[in-house]
Design a protein around this ligand. Structure first.
Ligand code: NAI
Length: 338
């Protein structure tokens, strides 16, 4: 906790107002699970983001230390720490964006679904807090299994009467980041110039890279397509195995989470043409949730784009993805309505 929260509050407000006058508002962002492997680098990168005026760091352990540490960085955002359930409501009140990387990560041999039993309850509790304290905030959900935690969050918000599908986004940016990197490697390009749409969901075969829609336009041999699709689908497992029991992707995930959060904030600010992939409520397929490109605006995911033309390989992949996704979505919904 900061030594003089009232003084910090008024100075944060002054700064926010000052930015607003200059046409660039500062947003209030909360990270739930901020002391974790993803949470810490994510908090640091958000502290460096000029669109953030206030940064709330909530966790059930260690958030005071992370907060004290980051609060010494000479960047604009004011950082405040919140520890444990009794402080959840204070952490959430007034937030514009809530990023949730709380929960346990995978160990070697585990699927993301193996995390369900622990993380489902964590996400439920945190989303009940969001519904009560900042029902209009945009929510970026990172906790796995995303294919189930997003439906869980939706059911919690429905029960609370606050559900707005546009404001609930499952973060699949790491799949896109990995796809851009691996495709750039194969093509011999700078990864910053490559854009690969990744649709479906965020686990195994539900991660469906659309290699036929890569920008800049290019083509792949069947072997390259097979190699890239497998590597993108198993990128998370590659990291889990390399870390050998010490967790899953944290640094690349924090990078991806900030890329996505920054896009959400630019959308909130009113910037035009902000498009990212995310796992959202969707009518693109017969499933109630699906990851595709979405346009981010003042209300969140204001437009959900269609899949576009798929080749035969992708059509087969889509059917596999939908089959697994249907079960994961149903499992999430059933967890709340049991
Ligand atoms: P971690 O174990 O290092 O950190 C999790 C943090 O959550 C810990 O600090 C813990 O104290 C906190 N936490 C636990 N229960 C909480 C509660 N009730 N309220 C608030 N905080 C709570 O795990 P890591 O590596 O940061 O991963 C977090 C989650 O992100 C995992 O579920 C992991 O599977 C997921 N993940 C998602 C990715 C994606 O692409 N969407 C990629 C990588 C990981």
């Amino acid at each position: 906790q900061l030594s003089n929260p009232q003084m910090e509050e008024s100075s944060a407000l002054r700064r926010a107002e000052c930015r607003a006058k200059g046409g660039s508002p500062g947003f209030k962002v909360a990270i739930l699970g901020a002391a974790g492997g993803i949470g810490q680098p994510l908090a640091m990168l958000m502290k460096m983001n000029p669109l953030v005026s206030v940064l709330h760091l909530y966790d059930v352990v260690n958030s005071p230390g992370v907060t004290a540490d980051l609060s010494h960085m000479d960047t604009g955002a004011v950082v405040r720490g919140f520890l444990g359930q009794p402080q959840l409501e204070s952490a959430l009140t007034g937030m514009d964006l809530v990023i949730i990387p709380a929960g346990v990560p995978r160990k070697p041999g585990m699927t993301r679904d193996d995390l369900f039993n622990i993380n489902a309850g964590i996400v439920k509790t945190l989303c009940e807090g969001v519904a009560k304290c900042c029902p209009n905030a945009i929510v970026n959900l990172i906790s796995n299994p995303v294919n189930s935690t997003v439906p869980i969050a939706a059911e919690v918000f429905k029960k609370a009467g606050t559900y707005d599908p546009k404001r609930l986004l499952g973060v699949t940016t790491l799949d896109v980041v990995r796809a851009n990197t691996f495709v750039a490697e194969v093509l011999g390009l700078d990864p910053r110039e490559v854009n690969v749409p990744v649709v479906g969901g965020h686990a195994g075969v539900t991660i469906l890279p659309l290699l036929s829609q890569v920008k800049p336009p290019c083509s792949f041999t069947p072997e390259e397509t097979e190699y890239l699709t497998n590597r993108i689908q198993n990128g998370g497992t590659e990291v889990v195995e390399a870390k050998a029991g010490a967790g899953s992707a944290t640094l690349s995930m924090a990078y991806a989470a900030v890329k996505f959060a920054d896009a959400c904030l630019r959308g909130l600010r009113g910037d035009a043409g902000i498009v990212e992939c995310a796992f959202v409520a969707s009518q693109v397929t017969e499933l109630p949730f699906f990851a595709t490109k979405v346009r981010l605006g003042r209300c969140g995911a204001e437009e959900v784009f269609q899949l576009g033309p798929l080749n035969e390989y992708e059509r087969v992949g889509l059917e596999k993805a939908k089959k697994e996704l249907a079960g994961s979505i149903q499992k999430g919904v059933a967890f709340i309505n049991k």
